[in-house]
Design a protein around this ligand. Structure first.
Ligand code: PRP
Length: 211
């Protein structure tokens, strides 16, 4: 039987997912190599490492049966598939940040730099503020510093990047965590195996919380 294929974003989330899967009884070898696919020692699941922005594409096209990506990125997509559950990994906050003293609500027009244009558009609409959304693909914290934008909308995990660039959180918009998504057809064809994996993850999460 072919393993259940899970597309996961490279980096921090992948490391946390491997730790969660270990708690759920899955072991992977050769993790230090630059291989992009890792099958667990029992052959039940396989992890493929992709860019966070590409996870939904792999899952929609059935190149992966399941995917793990941040709820921040999923919000930006019109994903055609199932959102199975939130995972206790990849936790951070979506925040408006900028120079201390900047007040978004006092502004009638704002330039906001972000990797999350849909979230930024919705935020401005919710607040009734006119604005210009500047899409950047990284190092967003630079934008207020070089006067490219008045503030940023970005994820904050430890807060270190903001602190080291003399910026502060002005407003927390919401909590972010990783989400497990599934291809529609795979969900039907491999339902028993997916449900077994969900049960294993539930048990692992309970064990981790009790530690
Ligand atoms: C993310 C985010 C912030 C940083 C926050 O960037 O966009 O820049 O992490 O983390 P912290 O609160 O722990 O400092 P990422 O590391 O993904 O790099 P990027 O700037 O290339 O998007």
């Amino acid at each position: 039987m072919k393993p259940l294929k899970i597309a996961v974003s490279k980096g921090r989330v992948k490391d946390q997912l491997i730790a969660l899967l270990k708690e759920a009884g899955f072991e992977f070898e050769d993790l230090k190599s630059r291989k992009l696919e890792h099958v667990d020692t029992t052959g039940r699941i396989s992890l493929i490492s992709v860019k966070a922005d590409d996870v939904t594409t792999y899952v929609e096209r059935a190149a992966a049966d399941l995917g793990v990506l941040g709820s921040d990125i999923l919000y930006e997509r019109s994903f055609d598939g199932y959102e199975l559950r939130y995972l206790p990994i990849g936790k951070c906050r979506m925040c408006v940040a900028g120079f201390r003293g900047f007040n978004l609500s006092e502004r009638s027009f704002v330039r906001i730099a972000t990797k999350y244009p849909k979230r930024a558009k919705d935020l401005l609409e919710e607040k009734g503020i006119n604005g210009e959304i500047l899409f950047l693909s990284g190092s967003v914290e630079l934008a207020p510093i070089v006067n490219l934008a008045d503030c940023i909308l970005d994820i904050v995990e430890t807060g270190k990047t903001l602190e080291e660039n003399d910026l502060v959180v002005l407003e927390t918009i919401g909590q972010i965590s990783s989400v497990l998504i599934a291809n529609r057809i795979s969900f039907k064809l491999m339902n028993d195996r997916m449900m077994a994996l969900l049960n294993d993850l539930d048990a692992a999460e309970k064990r981790s919380a009790a530690k």
